[in-house]
Design a protein around this ligand. Structure first.
Ligand code: 5AD
Ligand code: SF4
Ligand code: FES
Length: 358
């Protein structure tokens, strides 16, 4: 049955639902197709983004997240500028090509100024050679512009779900957790000229397969340049933990994530798709499988060791006891096993974005 769908140029929502619900045998065809699309349009290459989780202080209270503001069990940290620059140097010296600065959400002038200065410094110590992706939440258009002008060129802001009702169920009902505002942020980012990335969580309580199909359609219609999506993994210190018995099994969430990646690769052939860390929290070779199926971005952790076990958004997060060098040595072997080559020293911009800018 799915052969016919896979032979089409484009998919309807019903097609996507059918692909997400396909049998184990049909899944083989889906993954073969997405792997072929990847090979044809972007090649079997992986680009690195050294990930610095520089602060777990957050003003928000997302019901799923381990570092939400009201989780008093978290010991909060904010890595110094010097340490961030040290980590950046590691990425530069090891030829990673790009870094991601990620943190909990803060919205104030001190934070905006700090990030702006950091971007300028990172650009200067790396001779303008390191690409910079930001993942620092919702900000004003002015702040986004300042960061862009300082030299950041990609921004990740997950919409978390494209369905407003579901969004309301997994966030507090107040003005800081507003789906429309989040969408406005994505619109601003795109307008400013960032390569704009978004994503969702897969296997959330109350989420349906139709919701997931809509998420893919949202990404296609918004014409994103990058995507990072991963399985939802419950965290005991969060409100959504109460639904732990009503969730898909972890294996099913993992498998659905692979299917989502495969379908997204087929419908958005030349975007960047990350093999996210949450995949590895469920399956030791989850990221490698994602790379085989269609993902092309890997984000090795380069957060200084002592802070890693404090940035725990979900349970069983990998690499919390490893150092940046451990992760570096590990990924080379892993990507070889996945039949892909790491493109060291390249920015690895989204081809999708490049084509539109030409
Ligand atoms: N499980 C999986 N992903 C999570 N995130 C936050 N909490 C969880 C969780 N429990 C994801 C969100 C957020 C990103 C930084 O991490 O999608 O945007
Ligand atoms: Fe803060 Fe992001 Fe966690 Fe929400 S998901 S509580 S914004 S760190
Ligand atoms: Fe961190 Fe393997 S990627 S130890």
């Amino acid at each position: 049955m799915i052969q016919k769908i896979l032979s089409q140029e484009n998919f309807t929502k019903e097609d996507i639902v059918q692909l997400l619900n396909c049998s184990k045998e049909e899944q083989i065809l889906l993954f073969e197709k997405s792997a072929k699309v990847k090979e044809k349009y972007i090649g079997n290459y992986v680009y690195l983004r050294g990930l610095i989780e520089f602060s777990n202080i957050c003003i928000k209270n997302c019901f799923y997240c381990g570092i939400r503001k009201d989780n008093s069990k978290v010991s909060r940290y904010n890595i110094s500028d010097e340490e961030i620059l040290e980590a950046t140097k590691f990425a530069y010296e090891n030829n990673y090509g790009s870094i991601v600065l990620q943190s909990g959400e803060l919205q104030n002038d001190t934070f905006s100024d700090r990030i702006e200065k950091l971007i300028t410094k990172i650009k200067s110590i790396s001779d303008n050679k390191l690409g910079i992706t930001l993942s620092c939440g919702e900000q004003s258009e002015e702040t986004y512009s300042r960061w862009f002008n300082a030299g950041a060129h990609r921004y990740l802001l997950r919409i978390e779900t494209s369905n407003i009702d579901l969004y309301k169920k997994i966030h507090p009902n107040d003005d800081t957790h507003n789906w429309n505002k989040r969408l406005d942020c994505l619109i601003s980012l795109k307008k400013i000229g960032y390569q704009t990335g978004t994503g969702i969580m897969i296997g959330l309580p109350f989420q349906t397969i139709e919701n997931l199909a809509d998420d893919l359609i949202f990404m296609r219609d918004f014409d994103i340049d990058m995507c990072g999506m991963g399985p939802f993994i419950e965290h005991i210190e969060t409100p959504l933990y109460q639904y732990k018995n009503n969730l898909y099994t972890l294996e099913k969430r993992l498998n659905l994530t692979f299917r989502m990646i495969a379908i997204l690769r087929i419908i958005m052939k030349d975007i960047n798709i990350a093999a996210t860390t949450a995949l590895q929290a469920i399956d030791d070779i989850g990221r490698e499988k994602a790379i085989r199926i269609g993902a092309n971005i890997l984000m090795p952790n380069i957060t200084p060791n002592e802070f890693r076990d404090k940035y725990i958004l979900y349970e069983n997060k990998p690499c919390t006891n490893e150092s940046s060098s451990d992760c570096k040595n590990c990924i080379d072997v892993r990507m070889k096993i996945a039949g892909n080559t790491i493109e060291y020293g390249k920015w690895g911009d989204s081809l999708h974005f490049q084509k539109q800018s030409e």
